[in-house]
Design a protein around this ligand. Sequence first.
Ligand code: ADP
Length: 446
Amino acid sequence: MFETVLIANRGEIAVRIIRACKELGVKTVAVYSKADRDSMHVRLADDAICIGNSPSSESYLHIPAIITAAEIANVEAIHPGYGFLAEDAHFAEICESCHIKFIGPNSESILRMGDKVQARQLAKKAGVPVVPGSEGIVKDKNEALKVVQEVGYPVIVKAVAGGGGRGMRIAHNDLAMVSAFATAQTEAEAAFGRPDVYIEKYLEHPRHVEVQILADTKGNVIHLGERDCTIQRRHQKLLEESPSPAISDDIQKKMCRMAVRLAQESKYVNAGTIEFLVDKDNNFYFIEMNTRVQVEHTVTEMVTGVDIIKEQLRVAFGEPLSVDQKSVRPRGAAIECRINAEDPDRGFVPQGGRVSLYVPPGGPNVRVDSHLYSGYVVPSFYDSLLAKVITFGRDRMEAINTMRRALDEMIIQGVPTTIPFHRRIVDDSRFLRGDYPMNLVEELFE
Ligand code: ADP
C-alpha cells in the first residue's frame, strides 16, 4: 500500500479520506488555505501544508501549489475527494507526469466522461439508453429548433462540460428556447470556460437513480447497487437513500447491468457513478457519469459494508478490488441527510459564522461524517456542507425512524442549518410512501 497520500481537499471529505488512510496504515498530508488553518482535516492528518489564500482559486484549485506541497512532502499519491480538482483531467495528467498517483481514473477517462456529449455517445454504443435529444453539440438556435421538432417540448439545454447543476436551462416553447439557448451558452462559458451546449428532452418529475461502480486494473468491474437522489433543490441533491424505493427489482438489475457494461466499454478504472433518470413509466435513461467519489457514497457503504475510499486506494495502488460481485450483498436501507449551513426558510441562502455548540447524534445505526467541532468558524469561501447524517435500518421505515431521532438529537448552534428542512422531509407522507416527485422540495419550501 502507499506509504503517504496527500489529500487535495477540505471539509468532511478530507476527514473521510484521512480516516480510511489511517485504517490502512497510510500516512496523510493535508493541504489547507489560510481560512482553514483551524480545520479538522488539518488536525487529523499526520502533516499539513498551507497552500495559499482563502479563495479556492488561490488554494484548493491552485495546481502548482498542490503539486509543490506533494513534492515537498514526498507523497506517492493524491486523493482529490470530490469537487475542486477531482474531475480536472489536466490536474490528473500533471500528477501522472510528476509520477504522483492520482487516486481516480486516468486523465483520458476524466476527459471522455467529463464531456457529456461524448459520454452520451459512449453510452449509446454500449447499448445503454440515453435521454432523447441532440446527436451532439448544438451550434446555434436554428439547429436547436430543429432538434425540438424531433423530440418535442419541453427540453433542457445543458452544458457539455457541465457539473454541479449549473449551465442548465429548460424551455417549453420556441420563444423560451431561443433565450434558454443563449443563457445556457453564456453560463457554460462563464462556469466551465466552454460555451458548448446540447439538448435533451426535459423529463417531467423524473426520479434520479444512480449506480455505484468499482473497477480495478485487473479488468474487474462491479456495481454496489443504486442510490436514489430524487430529493433535490435546483438540481442539487439534499437527501439520498439506498435502495431506491421507486424502482422494481427488475429495473434495478437491468440498470446495474447497464452501468457495469458502460464502465467496461469505457475501460474505466477506480470508483465512478453512472447517473440515470427514471420516468413515470419506469423507463430509465443515462444522463452522465461522475468520475470520482460522490458525497452520497456513504449510503452505499452502509448497505454493502464496502469501504469505497479504501477500494479507491487499493485500485490506485494496483491491487485488485477486495470484493467480487457475488460477495456484494446489499442489506437493509440507508438514508443520508446533507446538513448545510443554509437557511431553508430564507431561500436556502448559505451563511458562514462561528458554531458555538456542536453535538452530533449517536447511538445504534447512526453515522456522522463531518469536520465540525464547537467553536469552529464556517468560512464563507467554500460550499456549505457541514455534516452528513447517515442512518441504517433493516428496512426503510427503520432507517427513517432512526433518522428522525438523529435529527432531533443533533445540535448545531451559531449558524442556520438545513436540519429543519430534513425534519419536514422525513415526516412528509409522500416521502414516507417512497413515492415522491423531484419538485417535492419546491412544493414544501417555495
Ligand atoms: P450536473 O452534472 O450539473 O449535476 P446532470 O446531468 O447530472 O447535471 O443533471 C443534474 C440534475 O438535473 C438531474 O438530477 C435532474 O434533476 C436534472 N436533469 C438533468 N437532465 C434532465 C432531463 N433531461 N430532464 C429532467 N431533468 C433533468
